[in-house]
Structure formats: structure tokens, C-alpha cells
Design a protein around this ligand. Structure first.
Ligand code: F6R
Ligand code: MG
Ligand code: MG
Length: 365
């Protein structure tokens, strides 16, 4: 045991068909690249999965967060996958690789990143969440519920080691600044901001008593990086569970409520976040509705071999049904808000291009 870093780096490098899923050959290419890195001793272990058109690389290693070598490995893997996508004429080949060349860290280049370093416990249950057709703010509500809401997390009331609460790191993505909130004391202050998930993102959660990392999310917003809509941010999030942290069931419970997130169709619509099994993470209705998958690991000396598909469970059937109902209701709004994103957010889509044409026709009143 000892300190281990868990890095989840993801990108959409091409879709089958359209933006609905990834391709088995892309997964095979990624597995081969990471297997080679594991044999060479760069990785301790890895696991590859997909959510919609996104390729998710889960890697354990001893190089810490923001390590050049690991980010370069992910970048090179995405570049190799893009070659495959191009050959197969997959849709949007290399869409999230915004830079032409790797420059030391994939943050700000397009791929999404969530990483944490921790001392592996005797038993280390960890859940990697991945979303498709949704923005990074999708994690705000569930993280709030997991770590701050006693109606979700019984441990906040019952477990003496959780009773003091947790610390939240919150980003203001439009002004590139961050703030820390200590909860429960500052719950109401924090909600002023995190209740607006297209502006403020919960980046990390720490245990209050020993400062240990409990959760971390990817905070890229491709629209802001690229200046206009390019792909979805389709975020990832890592949550450590049990023994003074939310139980696995407490970490999954927030997703029994398919809350509304932005990112459906053309990154321009709101829709319910539907919790699904890996097999069902293939958004096809109006390119959605947005999906979330949860892959649980019992990390063992950095090994990732013991894993499960956590939403492959009938107890989420009702949430899926509710998501379909909310989806129907919202779809009937067509191009009207609140199905379409608020006007200010549309600034990052292709809509300003349409509006430009009409500019000369506006007359003063
Ligand atoms: C992409 C996505 C899709 C696309 C839509 C239009 O992740 O969610 O809804 O925005 O299919 O795609 P283009 O502009 O590539 O034809
Ligand atoms: Mg795509
Ligand atoms: Mg995607």
C-alpha cells in the first residue's frame, strides 16, 4: 500500500453512429496503449470504458496529479484512437483534441481530467462517474447531496467520523477564481453559488478532520476553452466511499433523482440526467437524454481488476422512467426555454452565427 494516484482522463474522439456511442476498435486501441504503458512500469493498472461517444481512461500510478508522463500517455492514446476513428470515418474524429500538439498537460486542451492522490486504505471502494451530453456542473447537485445532505447521507447524522461535515472547493469558471466552503456551517453561503452549475463548479471535496481527498470532478468547460461550442464537456467525477466517507449506496443515491442538467442536443438544451448501465449509455433520443454511468472499483494495491457496473440495477428503473417522462415534457417545449438553455449560455453555441445575419435588420424603438 502507500500513496497512489488515480487519474481519469477522457475525450470524445469519434462516434458510432453520430454522437451516440464509441467504437470497439477505439476501446481496443486504448487498451493496447495502456497495456504497453503498464508493462513498461508507467502505470500500476488501468481500466477503459465508454459512456456515449466518450472514451474514459482510468489509470493508477505513482506519478502524482498533473504528471506530464501520464497526461502525455492519455493524449497519445487519444491521438492513436483518432487515427482509428478517421479510418473508420467515425463521426467527429478527434473532436475533443483542440490543440495540435501536446504541451505538458491535457488540462485546457480539450480532454476532461479528474485526478486524486491518496493513501490507499485497507479496503478502498471508489466510484468513477462519467456523464455524456452534460456539462461539468452536472456533479454539483449529487456532490452536495452526498457530502452535505443528511436526507441523502445518513452517515452525516449517524457516523461520528462524518458528523463534522466536509470542505468543498468551488470554482467560478467565468472569472477563473476559487473559494472554499466548510459545511454544514456555510451550507447556505455555498448554495448561493453551486445552485448555478453553469457558472460555479464543485471541484473537490475534502474530509474535515484529516483533510483527505474525498471527491474530485473534472472542471473543463470546452465551450469556454474553445470560445464556442465544440463538444460536450461530458464530465467525470471520482468519489471515495465508506469508513468515514459516504457509503457506496449514499454516493449512488443522488442519481435516483434524475435532476436537470445542461448539455442535451447541440450542447444547447436542458434535460434529465438518466442513470444507466454501461450497456445503456448510448444516447439516441434527440442525442440524449443525458446519461450518467458509475463504475465502482475495490482498489487493491493500485489494482483495478475488481470492478462493477453500479447502475446496472433494477432499483434505478424508476429513475430511468422518470427521466423519460421529464424528457417528454421538456421536448414539447421544442426551441423554447427552459428546454433550450438560457439566452446568455447560448453565446457559446453556434447560435450567434445565425443572429449575426439578422443584426442589420434591428431598428431602434
Ligand atoms: C455532441 C452532441 C450532439 C451534437 C449534434 C450536432 O456530443 O451532443 O447533440 O451537438 O448531433 O452535431 P454536429 O454539429 O456535429 O452535426
Ligand atoms: Mg461526439
Ligand atoms: Mg460525449
Amino acid at each position: 500500500m502507500g500513496k497512489i494516484t488515480l487519474s481519469v482522463i477522457k475525450a470524445d474522439i469519434g462516434g458510432l453512429v453520430g454522437h451516440s456511442a464509441s467504437h470497439p476498435d477505439i476501446v481496443a486501441t486504448a487498451v493496447a496503449a495502456l497495456e504497453k504503458a503498464k508493462k513498461a512500469g508507467l502505470l500500476v493498472d488501468f481500466h477503459v470504458f465508454t459512456c456515449g461517444d466518450d472514451l474514459e481512461l482510468v489509470m493508477t500510478h505513482n506519478h502524482g496529479t498533473d504528471a506530464d508522463k501520464i497526461h502525455k500517455l492519455a493524449w497519445d492514446t487519444f491521438v492513436a484512437g483518432t487515427e482509428v476513428a478517421k479510418k473508420l470515418h467515425l463521426y467527429g474524429a478527434g473532436q475533443d483534441l483542440l490543440a495540435d500538439a501536446f504541451s505538458g498537460n491535457v488540462k485546457g486542451m480539450g480532454p476532461g481530467v479528474a485526478e486524486m492522490t491518496f493513501e490507499e486504505r485497507k479496503s478502498e471502494p471508489v466510484i468513477v462517474f462519467a456523464g455524456d451530453k452534460c456539462a461539468p456542473g452536472a456533479w454539483n447537485l449529487p456532490l452536495y447531496k452526498m457530502f452535505a445532505d443528511p436526507f441523502n447521507t445518513a452517515g452525516l447524522v449517524i457516523d461520528p467520523s462524518m458528523h463534522d461535515g466536509f470542505k468543498f472547493e468551488v470554482l467560478d469558471i467565468h472569472r477563473s477564481r476559487m473559494i472554499e466552503f466548510s459545511c454544514p456551517e456555510e451550507l447556505y453561503d455555498m448554495l448561493v453559488f453551486v445552485g448555478s452549475p453553469d457558472h460555479f463548479l464543485i471541484r473537490a471535496v475534502h474530509r474535515k478532520n484529516n483533510g483527505d481527498i474525498a471527491a474530485v470532478s473534472s472542471t473543463q468547460k470546452l465551450a469556454l476553452i474553445a470560445g464556442r461550442y465544440v463538444g460536450k464537456d461530458d464530465p467525470v467525477c471520482i468519489v471515495r466511499c465508506q469508513s468515514g466517507l459516504p457509503a457506496v449506496g449514499e454516493a449512488l443515491e443522488p442519481f435516483a433523482f434524475p435532476h436537470t442538467v445542461s448539455g442535451w442536443m447541440r450542447g444547447s438544451h436542458m434535460g434529465p440526467l438518466m442513470p444507466v448501465s454501461l450497456k445503456e449509455a448510448t444516447p439516441t433520443r434527440f442525442d440524449g437524454p443525458p446519461r450518467v454511468v458509475a463504475v465502482g472499483f475495490q482498489v487493491a494495491d493500485g489494482g483495478l481488476a475488481s470492478w462493477r457496473d453500479m447502475f446496472d440495477d433494477p432499483s434505478y428503473d424508476q429513475a430511468r422512467k422518470t427521466a423519460c417522462q421529464i424528457g417528454d415534457y421538456l421536448r414539447r417545449h421544442g426551441p423554447f426555454e427552459p428546454h433550450r438553455l438560457p439566452f446568455a449560455e447560448m453565446e457559446y453555441t453556434t447560435m450567434p452565427g445565425v443572429m449575426e445575419k439578422l443584426e442589420p435588420r434591428w431598428k431602434p424603438i
